[in-house]
Each structure stands twice: as C-alpha cells, then as structure tokens.
Design a protein around this ligand. Structure first.
Ligand SMILES: Nc1ncnc2c1ncn2[C@@H]1O[C@H](COP(=O)(O)OP(=O)(O)OP(=O)(O)O)[C@@H](O)[C@H]1O
Ligand SMILES: [Mg+2]
Length: 387
C-alpha cells in the first residue's frame, strides 16, 4: 500500500498541538502584558482540571514573552525533590554566569561553580530565598546586567499544585518585591484547582490574574479539526465533522482523541484521504474510553464527597439540571448548595447554561458518574423518597 499521510493529532498530556484552538482572549492579554510597561497579567495563574489545555497555554504564552525579548525560566514543580525556587535560582545563576561571571560570584560568594542546571548550586543555596544568594537577589542581578539584560524575566512553573506552601511563598515574596519596585518581572503558573480540604491557598496565588480556561466553542473545535487534519492532507466529510464536533463537546483533549482515533480508523480501512462518518463513529468508543481512563478518573479522585454528591445529583438528569432539583436531591439549603456550584464552576467541571441551570462541562462525565456505585445508591434513595 502507498504510504499514507501521517496522523496530525496529538492526544497526549503536554503535547503541543499542531493547531492551537481558541484561547484568543488569554493570548491577547499575554501579548499586551509583555509589550506594555506594566500589566497585571504578568502574574498569571492557569488553574483547571486535567486535559483542559493549561500546559499548551503555558507554552504559547512563553513563546509570546520570548518573542518580546523576555528571559523565560521554566520548571515543573512536580518533577523533582529540590525546591522549585532553588531550581529557578540555579537556572538564573547559569544565565548570570554566561553574561557576567563576576555578578554571579558576588551572589554565590565565589564558592559555588555553576555547571548548567546541576544540583550542586541548589543544595548550597540558603533555604531562605530572601537572603543573599536567593531568588530575589539573583533576579535583581539578571535585571541589572549591562550585557545580556533581558527585557524582563518570566518565571514559568507548571504543576504548581505540587509545590510546597513555603516554596510558593518564597517565589511570591521575590516577585512581589521586584514588582513593587517596577522591575519587569512576570510569573506564569499552571496547575490543578486546589483541593477543598487544604486550608486556604497561599495569598500570592489568589493575587494572580486567573483567567478562566473556558470550554472551547463548537465553531472553534470545527475549525481546529479541519485545520489540523489539513496539515497532513486529511479531509473530514461534513457529517463526519459534525459527529466529531458533537462528541468533543468543547474539550480540547477530546478533540485530539477523536481526531487521532478517526484518522487511525481511516488509515486502516481504505485508500484516500476522506474521513467518513463511519470512521468517526467507529473511533468514538475508543476516544471515550481513553478520556474516562486518563481524565475522568483523575477528576473523580480529587473531588470532595460533597462535590461528588452535587455531580451525582446532576447525573439524574439527561440534560442540563435545574439548581432547584439539585437542592432537593441533596436535601440542602440554597446557600450550602451554591458554595459547591461555585467551586465546580471555578474548576470548569460544570457550566452555567442559563439562570438556575447547570450542565456537565467534561464530555462523558455524566455517563461515568451513572456507572458509579455512588450513583446507584443515590438513585435508590431518591426513588424511596419519591414513593
Ligand atoms: N488550545 C488547544 N488546541 C488544541 N489542542 C489542545 C489545546 N489545548 C490542549 N490541547 C490538547 O489537549 C491535550 C491536553 O493538553 P494539556 O497537556 O495542555 O492539558 P493540561 O491542562 O496541561 O493537563 P494536565 O493537568 O494533565 O497537565 C493535549 O493533547 C493537547 O495537544
Ligand atoms: Mg499540563
């Protein structure tokens, strides 16, 4: 068989998509933020559940900052044991070393040799990152360089929910100090929404600009599917496209899953580059299974019992739920139930359809909850009450 066009979809966590769909407003804000003198959006927190596209946005914003002449220092809070502020400091020290070894020596007291991103520096740095040799002083030194001074410095941290409170405080202190003295400094954080049972979030996080990572619109998804497919020469038939858009339900990871599976089916079934309705229909169950395993499962693990109870109360309905019905099913006051509605809205797990109505935001979530034992129990008790 002649070699077939490649599969251009990217259904993997942290995989940069061939075509970035939507997010226009957040990206426009970022373009302003790194162009202007000062901008609140330079401190940005992207918080949403798994697969909503945080890492993709982080990459896009980093590119915007780099293009504007900023130095971007990126670290994942989840990957290693050393503190994230120490790792950022180490990176900045290497930059300093490249451009002005004397300035670096002034900070580290000449005792530490900086070899790239080695652990040697981070272990010898003081834990108190406001003290000499800490993050703040290193940032100041980079912004003070004669030669190689970047337009600004952006600290970018993915998986921030894995960082310790102390670490977040250390970074927050350094940033706020420099920000107050009008230095060009930015911080870009991405991570999962906080668990309800942890005490209050560190203040620094609550002071960041936190745009909502919205569900993508159907027309954006449609355009994304068409354009992504076209990069490798594939074309969706119009009824196939409609089915793919409906199955995706605005969820970027699901768009990649449906696109990937459909292209895979087409490649196996026949010659030619048309993706048909039948191909998408065959692809949907596998896409749903993967979504359930890699996203819904993780969402479920992080829910508090009351959040789960709220969602289970919603799962009784086959479409959008009335808040009034949810209150009744939970047997709670409006005030109590609204607290959980707001939490789930903030976490982008539900969406407000119209006044007093909410619906699930992640495709397949209702079906997944209905298959859960908790749902069976809630339904039985609901039936008993209505007898
Ligand atoms: N705007 C987008 N356009 C197209 N595809 C996207 C977009 N955002 C995310 N994706 C795709 O969705 C998947 C998940 O994206 P990403 O890794 O950014 O999610 P995340 O929110 O960082 O997830 P996690 O919490 O697990 O780290 C990837 O396959 C990515 O290619
Ligand atoms: Mg991510």
């Amino acid at each position: 068989m002649a070699s077939r066009p490649r599969n251009p979809f990217t259904p993997g966590f942290g995989r940069h998509p061939t075509i970035v769909v939507g997010r226009d407003e957040i990206l426009a804000d970022a373009r302003e933020a790194f162009g202007d003198d000062w901008h609140p959006t330079r401190k940005m927190l992207l918080q949403a559940h798994r697969g909503s596209g945080k890492t993709v946005l982080l990459d896009e914003i980093q590119d915007i900052a780099t293009a504007a002449g900023w130095l971007v220092v990126q670290e994942d809070a989840g990957t290693r044991d050393t503190s994230i502020s120490a790792r950022l400091t180490t990176r900045l020290l290497s930059y300093l070393d490249e451009h002005d070894p004397d300035a670096r020596r002034r900070i580290t007291g000449g005792s530490v040799s900086v070899l790239g991103i080695g652990a040697s520096v981070s272990t010898e740095l003081s834990d108190d990152h406001d003290s000499p040799g800490g993050l703040r002083e290193t940032l100041e030194a980079v912004l003070d360089l004669d030669d190689g001074r970047p337009t600004g410095v952006l600290l970018s941290i993915d998986e921030i929910h894995e960082a310790s409170r102390d670490d977040v405080h250390a970074i927050g202190n350094a940033i706020q100090h420099l920000d107050r003295s009008s230095q060009p400094i930015g911080v870009l954080l991405a991570g999962l929404p906080p668990d309800a049972d942890v005490e209050k979030e560190p203040t620094f996080l609550s002071r960041c600009h936190a745009p909502k990572i919205e569900i993508l619109r159907d027309d954006e998804i449609e355009q994304g599917l068409i354009e992504t497919a076209a990069t490798a020469g594939w074309v969706f038939d119009s009824d196939a496209l409609e089915l793919a858009v409906n199955t995706t339900a605005g969820f970027p990871y699901m768009m990649q899953l449906v696109g990937w599976e459909a292209t895979k089916v087409t490649r196996r079934r026949r010659e030619g580059t048309a993706i048909t309705y039948g191909d998408v229909a065959l692809a949907v169950p596998e896409a749903r299974r993967t979504l359930a395993r890699s996203v819904l499962f993780h969402i479920d693990k992080r829910l508090t019992p009351t959040e789960k109870e709220f969602l289970v109360a919603m799962a009784h309905d086959s479409g959008p739920s009335k808040m009034k019905d949810i209150r009744e099913r939970m047997g709670q006051t409006a005030q109590y139930v609204n607290v959980y509605r707001n939490r789930l809205l903030d976490a982008s797990l539900i969406q407000q359809i119209k006044h007093g109505h909410v619906d699930f935001a992640v495709p397949g979530h209702r079906a997944e909850l209905r298959a859960d034992v908790g749902y069976a129990a809630a339904q039985a008790s609901h039936a008993r009450r209505n007898d």
